[in-house]
Design a protein around this ligand. Structure first.
Ligand SMILES: [Zn+2]
Length: 396
C-alpha cells in the first residue's frame, strides 16, 4: 500500500481488488460517501495497484519503482484533477495551470506532496470553485497518447461535483471522454455530493459507496496521530460524524486538546440571564459562521452532544455511553436545575439551526431563535412567566 495509516474501507476495496484480479476493472468509477472517510486515498491506492510492478492481492506493494512515484503523486500515468482558481484569463487550448499565478502553482505542489503522505489531507486552493474545462481538455489530449510506462493510465477527479460549477461545460467535456473510453484507462470520480453530478455522467460510472468510519477505528486513528486521550478522540469523532479530515483540522487548531471548554462558552451563554451576554454570544457565532464554518459546525455539534447527554441522563439515572462522561456531576447539576426540561427537543433545535445555516438563512436570526427555542425547551412544562428565562425571551 501507499499509505501506512489509511483506514481501509474493506467493502468497496475488496470489490475493486476482485475486479482487478479477474481483469474486469470498469472504465469509470464513482467513489461517493460522506466527507473525510478516505475516498480520495482509496482512489490513489487504486491508481497505485494497477500500475504496481509487484501487486499483491490486497493492494500495491508500496516499494517498487511505480509505487515510489505514486507515493509522491508524481506518476507520469496518473493524472489528478482538482478544482482550480482562475486568476488569469486563458485560451481554449491553454494548459489549466496557465490560469494560476506562480504562488498558486507552488501551493498546489505543496498540497499534492502532503496528500501523498497523508491520506486525509485535502487539496484545496484558495478561491478554487470549479474544475476548469481546460483541465478536462488536457485529460482528453493525454488520453489519446500511449501510457508513459506501459501500464494503465489512471485519471482521478477529486471534488468531482465541481465539474458542474458554475455551468456544465467541464462535465460535458468529460462526458465525451466517458462515452468513448480510451483503452487501458481507469477514470475515478470522487465526491461527497454525487447528487450534484450530471445524471449522464453518473450513469456511466460504476458507483462504489464509502460509508462513515466506525467510531472506534476513527478514534484510534486520532489518538495515534495527535496523542489525545481516548475520551477526547471519541468526542471529536462524534461531533464531526467521523469526518477525519475535519477532526484533524479541529485538533490541529486546538492543540491543547481541551475541547470541552468550547462547549462551556455556549452553555454559559445559554444559561445567562442577562440578554446582553447571550446577544454577544450570538454576535460571536455569526462572526465565526463567516470566518470558520467548520469550527462553528463543530461547536454546535458539541452543544448538541451535551444536550443529548442531558436527555439520556434524564431518562436513565445511570445512563451509559455519555460523551461527556468525565463531567457527569456537572450534567447532573444542570439536570436538577431544570426539572421540567425537554432535552430531546432542545437537541433538535441545534439540528434545525445547522440545517438552516446550510440553506443560507440569516445567521443572526438562526442563532437567536436557536437560543430562545433551547431556553424555552429547558423551561419545559413550567407555567409561563416562571423564572428569569421567560422574561429574557420576551425582551428580544
Ligand atoms: Zn508496487
Amino acid at each position: 500500500m501507499i499509505y501506512a495509516d489509511l483506514i481501509m474501507q474493506s467493502r468497496p476495496w475488496e470489490q475493486l481488488m476482485a475486479a482487478r484480479q479477474s481483469d474486469r476493472l470498469a472504465h469509470a468509477y464513482l467513489f461517493h460517501g460522506p466527507p473525510g472517510v478516505g475516498k480520495e486515498a482509496h482512489a490513489i491506492e487504486l491508481a497505485a495497484v494497477v500500475n504496481c510492478k509487484r501487486p499483491q492481492t490486497t493492494g500495491a506493494c508500496g516499494t517498487c519503482d511505480s509505487c515510489r512515484k505514486m507515493a509522491t503523486l508524481q506518476h507520469p500515468d496518473v493524472q489528478i484533477v482538482v478544482p482550480l482558481p482562475r486568476r488569469n484569463p486563458i485560451g481554449k487550448s491553454d494548459p489549466p495551470l496557465k490560469a494560476l499565478k506562480p504562488v498558486d502553482i507552488e501551493e498546489l505542489a505543496l498540497q499534492l506532496g502532503r496528500k501523498g503522505s497523508d491520506p486525509y489531507a485535502k487539496i484545496a486552493l484558495d478561491g478554487a470553485q470549479s474544475i476548469l474545462i481546460n483541465s478536462v481538455r488536457e485529460l482528453r489530449r493525454l488520453a489519446a497518447l500511449k501510457s508513459a510506462e506501459g501500464g494503465r493510465r489512471v485519471i482521478l477527479i477529486f471534488d468531482a461535483e465541481r465539474l458542474n460549477h458554475p455551468g456544465p461545460a467541464a462535465a460535458n467535456a468529460l462526458l465525451k471522454l466517458l462515452e468513448e473510453p480510451p483503452p487501458d484507462t481507469v477514470i475515478v470520480l470522487v465526491t461527497a455530493r454525487p447528487n450534484l453530478l450530471l445524471e449522464t455522467l453518473r450513469s456511466r460510472c460504476v458507483a462504489l459507496y464509502f460509508p462513515a468510519l466506525a467510531a472506534d477505528e476513527a478514534a484510534s486513528y486520532l489518538t495515534g496521530k495527535f496523542g489525545v486521550d481516548r475520551e477526547t478522540a471519541m468526542m471529536v469523532v462524534q461531533a464531526t460524524a467521523g469526518n477525519l479530515q475535519l477532526a484533524r483540522s479541529l485538533l490541529a487548531s486546538n492543540p491543547d486538546g481541551n475541547l470541552t471548554r468550547l462547549v462551556d462558552e455556549l452553555l454559559e451563554g445559554l444559561l445567562q440571564p442577562r440578554p446582553q451576554k447571550w446577544q454577544q454570544l450570538v454576535a460571536d457565532l455569526v462572526g465565526m459562521n463567516r470566518q470558520n464554518k467548520a469550527e462553528l459546525g463543530f461547536r454546535l455539534h458539541l452543544l448538541q452532544l451535551w444536550l443529548r447527554d442531558l436527555m439520556l441522563l434524564a431518562q436513565v439515572d445511570a445512563a451509559a455511553g455519555l460523551v461527556f462522561e468525565e463531567r457527569r456531576d456537572e450534567l447532573l447539576a444542570q439536570l436538577a436545575g431544570f426539572p421540567q426540561a425537554e432535552w430531546g427537543m432542545a437537541t433538535g433545535f441545534v439540528e434545525d439551526a445547522l440545517s438552516m445555516l446550510e440553506r443560507n438563512i440569516n445567521p443572526t436570526l438562526v442563532f437567536t431563535n436557536m437560543f430562545l427555542d433551547i431556553r424555552q425547551a429547558m423551561r419545559g412544562r413550567e407555567p409561563a412567566g416562571a423564572g428569569v428565562l421567560v422574561q429574557v425571551g420576551h425582551a428580544v
